[in-house]
Design a protein around this ligand. Structure first.
Ligand SMILES: Nc1ncnc2c1ncn2[C@@H]1O[C@H](COP(=O)(O)OP(=O)(O)OP(=O)(O)O)[C@@H](O)[C@H]1O
Ligand SMILES: [Mg+2]
Length: 382
């Protein structure tokens, strides 16, 4: 049971809304903050800067989690006797909290929790009522109208103006190395690339050829890291019915041992069974789940390549870039390259952005915020 009820949770939001609303008419904007926000199923990244500065003031990763204190909790068990905790604090005290993941499959699942979470994020900007906040927010490729509207509703009263942009496009913007020239063999990802963002909730693939991508240039499906965890759990339970392995443990095993194409014969993972640690064989489970993702990614990339202008394809094939946590699956970039080459796409090169996947979308969002003209911002009215 949540001790912090929805009505209490709404109070904090309502206070913020009221103060913003009261300030609407006489509000004198003394400062404009630009925010780049990657609201992830698993992890959120927020970056912001003053509109007059090119310096990023904050770049922070926060687990996308809200924890509400359970009823009957004794005083001083949770620091400051807080009723709502966020991110790593929510994880730390999870035993005493009802943990809520505000997003699922890349889109908002729990509006109350996401509002509370966004209030927490906004507090990080140290803004006052005379600060105008303009946020570029990443959304999965081809997000439907309802899910887009939910994002707008969620940030109304917290941010003044927003632009919603597909996440793989923002990742491409965040990977752009403006100082490099094409003479050095560098192909600007915004001018010609395929970006593949494999997150926790969704895989998003986007063809980018110098223009803002249309819906035909984007493919999104709700099969990514979380789905792999579920497949691994199912396979392990089918093999070891008494192990009662949790999703969190499957995710840990995946992050440590993930691979594709039968690259590992054996992976022994220590799992608690009946109070005793036992080593169980999990290679098959990992292989099947990671290959299922690889196959879907391959089919999606293939269908975007064949849609591209034939003259653009040679350069495009050299610029297939993987990002998001799923791109950390060992060997997935190489395996995709081999599948595409095997299909006859000559000269194909697939690269992963590596550990920096965590901030690419938010960095791209902040770049987009700096580039946006006044007319592109959508004003959110309370
Ligand atoms: N080394 C690894 N091997 C395999 N998977 C990994 C690895 N590291 C992270 N992941 C997985 O990547 C996913 C998280 O990726 P990311 O942070 O890009 O997701 P997100 O942005 O929160 O989700 P989404 O974009 O779908 O909303 C999780 O499923 C996580 O387990
Ligand atoms: Mg993401």
């Amino acid at each position: 049971m949540k001790t912090k009820t929805t009505s209490q949770s709404n109070t904090a939001v309502a206070e913020l809304e009221n103060s913003a609303a009261q300030g609407t008419l006489p509000r004198e904007i003394t400062k404009t903050l630009l925010v780049g926000l990657d609201l992830g199923t698993n992890t959120t990244c927020i970056e912001y800067s003053n509109s007059t500065s090119s310096e990023t003031e904050l770049s922070e990763l926060i687990p996308s989690l809200v924890g509400y204190a359970r009823s009957g909790i004794l005083p001083d068990v949770i620091p400051g006797n807080e009723t709502t905790l966020f991110g790593t604090d929510a994880l730390k005290y999870k035993l005493h909290l009802d943990l809520v993941q505000p997003l699922r499959d890349g889109i908002i699942e729990d509006m109350d929790a996401v509002r509370d979470y966004l209030v927490h994020l906004k507090a990080k900007t140290n803004s006052d009522e005379n600060t105008e906040i303009r946020a570029v927010i990443g959304i999965p490729a081809n997000t439907g109208p309802e899910a887009r509207e939910n994002v707008r509703v969620a940030v109304t009263g917290l941010f003044d103006k927003v632009i919603l942009i597909p996440e793989p496009f923002l990742a491409a913007l965040g990977c752009r190395e403006v100082s490099k020239t094409s003479e050095s063999g560098y192909i600007d990802p915004i001018s010609n690339s395929i970006f593949i963002d494999i997150g926790a909730g969704s895989s998003d693939i986007c063809l980018i050829q110098g223009y803002y991508p249309s819906s035909e240039d984007q493919i999104s499906f709700a099969f990514a890291g979380d789905a792999i965890d579920e497949m691994i759990q199912e396979a392990i339970i089918a093999k070891y019915p008494d192990c009662g392995i949790s999703i969190a443990k499957c995710r840990e095993i995946k992050e440590q041992h993930s691979f594709v194409n039968g690259a590992k014969q054996s992976v022994l993972a220590p799992v608690m069974i009946g109070g005793k640690i036992k080593e169980i064989e999990v290679a098959d489970a990992i292989d099947t789940a990671c290959n299922a993702l690889l196959e879907r990614i391959y089919q999606a990339v293939r269908s975007l390549i064949v849609k591209a202008d034939p003259d653009s394809i040679p350069n495009l094939l050299q610029n297939i870039i993987m990002t998001g946590g799923g791109s950390m699956i060992s060997g997935i970039d190489q395996a995709l390259e081999e599948l595409l080459s095997g299909e006859g796409f000559e000269g194909c090169q697939v690269a992963s952005v590596g550990e920096t996947f965590k901030t690419r979308v938010a960095t791209g969002a902040l770049i987009a915020a700096r580039q946006a003209g006044d007319r592109q911002w959508q004003t959110l009215l309370i």
